[in-house]
Write a protein that binds this ligand. Structure first.
Ligand SMILES: [Fe+2]
Length: 381
C-alpha cells in the first residue's frame, strides 16, 4: 500500500504510534508494551490498572534506537508490566499530558490442563492490500493471542531495505497488536543482512523493535521459537511438563513439509534434524509460514500466509504427496481454538473476494493426552 494509505496514518498530535504488546514472561503474568516516539524520547512510563479511569499502577521502561544505512529509527520504548493477575483485563496508557493514548489487553488464563485458549496463526503478512484484508478478517473474530510464524514488514524488499517500512508496518498493525500479545518467530525477511550497504549485523531492526523472550513465554501453550541452537532445543524439549502445558507447538518460519514449487525442500535440513526430536517429545503441531500458500499435512506440519509484496506461491507440485491433506495458494489466516487438554478445533480462512471464508477445518487431538488416538492417515515412520 502507498505511504499515504490511511492504515499508515500517524496518530493526531504528537502521540506515540506503533504500539504493540507481547508476553513478558513464561507464566502469563507479564506483558511487554512497545511503542515508538519520533522526535524525542519522552516518557517510557506505562500507567495501568483494572479500569480505564483507575490506572493506579506504573512501570518504567527503557528506550533504544538503531541506524540502518541512511535511516535512524525513532525512540523505541519497551516496558514490561509484571505481577499481573491471570485472565484479567488491564487498561494501560502511554504518553504524557494531552498525548496520552489508552489501550487494553487481557492476560492469559491461569495454567490449567483444560483452560481454553484461542490462537490466531498468521505469517508473511507484509503491508499490501492483501495484508490489510487478512488483518481485517482476523479482527472480525480475533483470538486471545497470535503465533506469528515470521516475515513481518517486508521492509527489506524496498530500496535500501527502506526501514521507514518498519514504521508503516508498526502503524498498520497497531489496531490489533496494541490489544493482544503476538508471539514472534523471526523469518528470512527479518535478517536485514546487507554487506553492500555496510550492514552486517543480522536481525538488527527486528531485534530492536519486537521483543522475543528467549524462553517459551506461555505456560498454557509452550511455543518454541526456531533456533539453530539444537542443544538449547533439546534442553527445552525436556523441560516441558505436559500437565501444566497440555498443548505443545513448534513455530518455525520455514515448513518441514511443503509440496509447493516455491521453497520446495528448503526445510528439509531442519526436518531431518528436528522432526524425530519433536515426535519423541510428542509435539502436537508444527506451524510454519514462508511459502505463500496454504497447506495442511495429515500430521505435524502446517503452513499459512498473510499477504505480502511477493504475491502468492501459485505452483503446486504434482502429484499431491501422501502427507498433504489440503493445499491452496490463496492468502488467509488460521485460528486454533483449544477447547481442553485433548481437543482443539482448527480452521483456515481464505481471503475470498474481500470476504473471510472457511476453506479448511479439522480437529487436532492431543498427542500426549490422547496418545492412542491417531486420526491421521499417514503414520510417521
Ligand atoms: Fe519467508
Amino acid at each position: 500500500m502507498p505511504l499515504d494509505a490511511d492504515v499508515f496514518a500517524v496518530p493526531p498530535g504528537r502521540n506515540a504510534p506503533q504500539v504493540h504488546i507481547t508476553l513478558g514472561d513464561q507464566t502469563g503474568t507479564a506483558i511487554t508494551v512497545s511503542w515508538v516516539t519520533v522526535e524525542a524520547a519522552g516518557s517510557s512510563t506505562v500507567l495501568y490498572g483494572r479500569a480505564p479511569g483507575r490506572l493506579d499502577l506504573a512501570a518504567e521502561g527503557a528506550t533504544t534506537r538503531y541506524t540502518f544505512y541512511y535511516y535512524t529509527s525513532g525512540y523505541i520504548h519497551h516496558c514490561t508490566l509484571a505481577g499481573l493477575e491471570h485472565g484479567t483485563r488491564y487498561y494501560y496508557a502511554i504518553g504524557v499530558g494531552d498525548t496520552v493514548r489508552t489501550f487494553w489487553f487481557t492476560t492469559p488464563p491461569a495454567p490449567s490442563p483444560d483452560a481454553p485458549l484461542r490462537l490466531g496463526l498468521i505469517g508473511d503478512l507484509g503491508q499490501t492490500a492483501d495484508s490489510n484484508r487478512t488483518l481485517s478478517h482476523y479482527e472480525q473474530h480475533p483470538g486471545d493471542a497470535v503465533l506469528f510464524v515470521g516475515d513481518l514488514s517486508y521492509a527489506d524488499k524496498h530500496p535500501l531495505h527502506g526501514n521507514n517500512r518498519w514504521d508503516t508496518w508498526g502503524r498498520f498493525s497497531e489496531r490489533v497488536l496494541a490489544y493482544q500479545p503476538w508471539i514472534w518467530t523471526a523469518g528470512n525477511q527479518e535478517i536485514d543482512y546487507a554487506p553492500e550497504l555496510g550492514e552486517t549485523e543480522a536481525f538488527r531492526p527486528f531485534a530492536h523493535r519486537y521483543p522475543t523472550p528467549y524462553r517459551a513465554p506461555a505456560a498454557l501453550v509452550r511455543a518454541l521459537l526456531y533456533t539453530p541452537q539444537w542443544k538449547w532445543l533439546v534442553a527445552e524439549l525436556a523441560k516441558v511438563d505436559r500437565t501444566t502445558t497440555p498443548w505443545f507447538f513448534i513455530s518455525s518460519h520455514v515448513p518441514w513439509y511443503n509440496s509447493n514449487n516455491f521453497h520446495y525442500m528448503e526445510g528439509e535440513p531442519m526436518r531431518a534434524q528436528f522432526e524425530k526430536m519433536a515426535v519423541d517429545a510428542r509435539v502436537d503441531v508444527v506451524f510454519a509460514g514462508h511459502v505463500h500458500a496454504y497447506e495442511r499435512t495429515h500430521r505435524y506440519s502446517n503452513s499459512t500466509d498473510g499477504g505480502n509484496i511477493e504475491g502468492p506461491a501459485d505452483e503446486l507440485t504434482w502429484p499431491q504427496p501422501a502427507y498433504s491433506a489440503f493445499r491452496e495458494y490463496s492468502f488467509g489466516h488460521a485460528v486454533l481454538d483449544i477447547k481442553n487438554r485433548t481437543h482443539a478445533h482448527y480452521a483456515w480462512y481464505r481471503n475470498q473476494d474481500g470476504n473471510r471464508v472457511i476453506a479448511d477445518e479439522t480437529w487436532f487431538t492431543n498427542r500426549y493426552h490422547m496418545p492412542n488416538h491417531d486420526d491421521s492417515s499417514v503414520a510417521y515412520a
